[in-house]
Design a protein around this ligand. Structure first.
Ligand code: BG6
Ligand code: MG
Length: 214
């Protein structure tokens, strides 16, 4: 086998919290009389909460906002987002994803999460994967967001593996860039396929079972 570990992005790869990010940012943008659509939301994939706010505010034309106010706005968005997350359950984990994860583990691969989100432990708990992964590297243990490779390098370290033996699975261009910057191969899925930088392009999650063979 070409790889010893697989590092998964969470939002938009394991489950579809990307839609909840959209809904929560939209509430905030409407409140600020600021245009926001799904295309802009796509630019927030893999980007940290505060950096996402700056992207949302690119179209904002109101009174200048202090740093303190920006933190309040990001907190407000997160509260809306967490209310949406609270409605999630193991039903939000697709049978295809669950089945593929189990098969990858049976193949002897170590499995980790590499997510920019500070909500990753909560989301994993909600969908029934709270204690499934061998390691979790997320927004709580990084200082630099994707496209910096820190989150994936930490995930590899937590797994006890060399970065070059890990395959990263990503739905964000910033995430594919982060994997490459960390010396890892990347399997692009969903929105990230379009960037054309993935080592593999997955049409569907279970395609990973072939990709890990190299
Ligand atoms: C990433 C998402 O997983 O987490 C981004 O793709 C999001 O859109 C980032 O901004 C931070 O998430 P959170 O949950 O810490 O606000
Ligand atoms: Mg993602």
């Amino acid at each position: 086998m070409k790889y010893q570990g697989v590092i998964f992005d969470l939002d938009g790869v394991i489950c579809h919290t990307d839609e909840y990010h959209y809904q929560a940012w939209k509430v905030l943008a409407d409140k600020l009389d600021t245009y926001f659509d799904r295309e802009i939301n796509n630019r927030l994939r893999g980007v940290s909460r505060m950096d996402s706010l700056e992207i949302v505010l690119e179209r904002y034309t109101g009174e200048p906002l202090s740093q303190e106010r920006k933190v309040e706005l990001a907190t407000e968005k997160n509260e809306i987002y967490r209310q949406l997350l609270a409605q999630m359950s193991p039903k939000d984990l697709s049978a295809e994803v669950a089945d593929t994860l189990n098969k990858l583990r049976e193949m002897g691969l170590k499995l980790a999460i590499g997510s920019s989100s500070k909500n990753a432990p909560f989301i994993l708990e909600r969908i029934g994967l709270g204690s499934f992964f061998d390691a979790i590297s997320d927004g709580n243990n990084i200082t630099k967001s994707k496209p910096d490779p820190e989150v994936f390098l930490k995930a590899a370290e937590f797994l006890g593996l060399k970065p070059e033996t890990c395959l990263v699975v990503e739905d964000a261009e910033a995430g594919v860039d982060a994997a490459i910057a960390g010396g890892m191969d990347a399997a692009a899925i969903g929105d990230a396929v379009g960037c054309g930088k993935g080592t593999y392009n997955l049409a569907t999650f279970s395609d990973l079972l072939e990709a890990v063979k190299g």
